[in-house]
Ligand binder design. Structure first.
Ligand code: PGA
Length: 251
């Protein structure tokens, strides 16, 4: 059985004070939820503020990006060890916004995933096609390329902790969610690629999250799809009530 993961990507929102207020609202609303892994990803500067507030809540912390070097002359970057030091256990890698605005490529995503794994962080590895790619009938070839290049040189044992997030770019922040059917089709395809790259038993275990305008209203339908193992939530993770309702999708 694959344990569901609900992860909140706060993007470029929330100061320390705002983050603490959100956790104070969220924590009681998700208290007692079992069988779901809950993760929140604030900006780097907020990370060290949260472990004390999260202690005992079962909510894990993630960085939104990571660099692959441990230290050195790399102005502006944060290493896996520094993320761990700040209290993170997970890290989002290859988010489409980083690919689109910050020059992230399949090759840099691959380096980051390897570094995160070496640094004992759980990578949340994001892939997804643009609207142009979908309309050109290239969805599957894009996903296969992103998976193959992103996971290059990572063996089956190393892959075990990796979480994949399928986020169709056209559904992010647009209010347009993929239909349950479109999402399930992509997720089944992704699992098939993992089976091809590794083996079926590995693919059966890897968790694949859906992301792109997930809300309390659509999470149940998405989570009822056999190959969807959780959600990566942007906008709806910025309010305690909506994120908690997503976390409690089973109720
Ligand atoms: P959204 O963002 O839920 O606001 O569409 C999802 C994401 O970018 O991870």
């Amino acid at each position: 059985m694959r344990k569901p993961v609900i992860a909140g990507n706060w993007k470029l929102y929330k100061t320390k004070e705002e983050a603490l207020a959100l956790i104070a609202e969220l924590a009681p609303l998700v208290a007692g939820v079992s069988g779901v892994e809950i993760v929140v990803a604030p900006v780097f500067t907020v990370l060290p503020t949260l472990p004390a507030a999260l202690s005992g809540t079962g909510i894990a912390l993630a960085g939104q990006d990571v660099f692959w070097e441990e230290e050195g002359a790399f102005t502006g970057e944060v290493s896996p060890r520094m993320l761990l030091d700040a209290g993170a256990s997970h890290v989002i890698i290859g988010h489409s916004e980083r690919r689109e605005y910050f020059g992230e490529t399949d090759a840099t995503v691959n380096q980051k995933i390897k570094a995160a794994l070496l640094g004992a962080l759980v990578p949340i590895f994001c892939i997804g096609e643009t609207l142009a790619a979908r309309e050109a009938g290239e969805t599957f070839s894009v996903l296969e390329r992103q998976l193959t290049m992103g996971l290059a040189g990572i063996d089956a044992a190393q892959l075990a902790p990796v979480i994949v997030a399928y986020e169709p770019v056209w559904a992010i922040g647009t209010g347009k969610t993929a239909s349950d059917q479109q999402a399930q089709e992509a997720h089944a395809f992704i699992r098939g690629v993992v089976a091809k790259l590794y083996e079926q038993a590995v693919a059966d275990k890897v968790r694949v999250l859906y992301g792109g305008s997930v809300k309390p209203e659509n999470v149940k339908g998405l989570m009822s799809c056999p190959d969807i193992d959780g959600a990566l939530v942007g906008g709806a993770s910025l309010k305690g009530a909506s994120f908690a309702a997503i976390v409690r999708f089973q109720e």
